[in-house]
Design a protein around this ligand. Structure first.
Ligand SMILES: Nc1nc2c(ncn2[C@@H]2O[C@H](COP(=O)(O)OP(=O)(O)OP(=O)(O)O)[C@@H](O)[C@H]2O)c(=O)[nH]1
Ligand SMILES: [Mg+2]
Length: 426
């Protein structure tokens, strides 16, 4: 890196488009567009116009009405627009038809999200996962028109899995997809050995809508030093750190990728390896940005994604973050009533962090118990098993007896007790 950084990249200029339908009213559409604008900014483009159309139904050929598409074409022409981004997924026919009229790059929300993921991916794991999702997204859209246009325009939404691959045919892409899947399997196997060593701890995983403050929280509680910034999808990888609740009391806390509404289905599937920390969690710490007017919808989106991951039954604590930014104080009452067990914090201002820590200690004590028990030293099989399943705090030997004090999760403790009982008759 030089001393002077010059940005030679010209910022792409975008028009955002959404439909108001019977199912989605104007208020919601406007909020979704605001979020799409944030996604656009994160991807490095500037939003010049937002266009909404009130329509009875989605047009099969153009998504919006043909007349509206022509209006957009004019706007594009007059305002040096580089790309048009639709808030919902378009099918390949719609993209092709729209490109014929508008004559510029057409992108949908999924394509934009995938682009952000591609530019934020830093590790082998996230890069592989993003490439897989991109190829799966691309496969049905791979038409001659698309490759031609993407080469012509470049920039956002076209950096994809590399130009050479875009030019190749579907067969090669399919081969690449299976290779990537194979690679992810290997990465996952490496993870599995790691996750076995987590067995003796309580695993708490931070989940939440993107930008809620998950990374800020893990940094506050541990020495994780994860990048936290006011950007969507700043985090794409999972990070796990020990958190010291008190003397001799530790739990593991993990931070992971955030969720968003209309998250491309391929992306969730591809991020299986990263999202294993959610599946391994004993407890979910669901972080919510309370200052966002649409936090209710954010909670629903996250709960829905947890359902897709089959993790909806796990115990969860709702952590309402960013209270320092909350303007509408009546929201506090509303939340207290609706989520009585939740806590309200500010990770940045350090508000109620001791409450959060007390809550984590509670969880720990509920889940882990300390047992003190006397064994005959001949019971070596059981003793060895205790060392495997529990954290041995002390072992006092006295002739042919040993008193062991161990700490374990309640489920492992039950296993140990069962083993002791089944050995009694011997
Ligand atoms: N005012 C205020 N800002 C906060 C608080 N917590 C986090 N932030 C800010 O919110 C932005 C997002 O925080 P992150 O910790 O990166 O959020 P995240 O949930 O990890 O987001 P992604 O990884 O992008 O999904 C950052 O600019 C933080 O400084 C808070 O309590 N108050
Ligand atoms: Mg983060």
């Amino acid at each position: 890196m030089g001393l002077i950084e010059t940005n030679t990249k010209t910022v792409e200029r975008a028009i955002l488009v959404a439909l108001i339908t019977d199912a989605v009213g104007r208020d919601k559409v406007e909020e979704h567009l605001e979020e799409l604008e944030m996604l656009t900014t994160t991807a490095g483009a500037e939003t010049v116009f937002k266009v909404v159309q009130d329509r009875f139904r989605i047009d099969p050929a153009y998504y919006i009405g043909r007349g509206k598409a022509e209006e957009i074409a004019q706007l594009v022409e007059l305002n040096e627009i580089n790309l048009v981004i639709f808030d919902d997924d378009l099918n390949p026919t719609q993209v092709r038809n729209l490109e014929k009229i508008i004559n510029k790059k057409i992108l949908d929300r999924s394509g934009l999200i995938l682009d952000i993921f591609a530019s934020h991916a830093k590790t082998k794991e996230s890069k592989t996962q993003v490439e897989l999702a991109q190829l799966q997204y691309l496969l049905p859209r791979l038409t001659r028109a698309w490759t031609h246009l993407s080469k012509q325009y470049g920039g956002i939404g076209t950096k994809g899995p590399g130009e050479t691959q875009i030019e190749t045919d579907r067969r090669i892409i399919r081969t690449r997809i299976s290779k990537l899947k194979e690679k992810l399997k290997q990465i996952e196997q490496q993870h599995q050995t790691k996750s076995q060593s987590r067995h003796n701890y309580i695993n708490a995983t931070l989940v939440g809508y993107t930008n809620a403050g998950k990374s800020t929280l893990i940094n506050l509680l541990t020495d994780a030093e994860v990048l936290a910034e006011n950007k969507l999808f700043a985090t794409l990888d999972s990070t796990t750190r020990q958190y010291e609740i008190g003397r001799n009391k530790k739990m593991l806390i993990s931070d992971t990728v955030g969720f968003i509404r209309k998250l491309p289905a391929h992306l969730v599937a591809s991020f299986k390896t990263t999202l294993n920390v959610v599946r391994d969690a004993d407890i979910i710490l669901h972080v919510i940005d309370i200052s966002n007017d649409y936090f209710d919808e954010h909670i629903q989106v996250v709960d829905q994604t947890l359902k897709e991951l089959k993790c909806e039954k796990k115990p969860a604590v709702y952590i309402f973050n960013k209270v320092d930014m909350l303007k509408d104080k009546s929201r506090i009452e509303y939340i207290r009533e609706k989520y009585p067990d939740s806590i309200m914090v500010s990770a940045v201002k350090g508000i109620n962090i001791s409450k959060l820590k007390a809550k984590l200690l509670n969880i720990y004590e509920e889940k882990f118990t300390v047992t003190r028990m006397e064994f005959d030293i001949n019971q070596s099989k059981i003793i060895a098993r205790i060392y495997e399943l529990a954290e041995v705090l002390s072992a006092e030997y006295d002739e042919d007896k040993v008193i062991i004090e161990y700490r374990t999760s309640s489920s492992n403790n039950q296993r140990i007790k069962k083993l002791i009982n089944s050995n009694k008759g011997e």
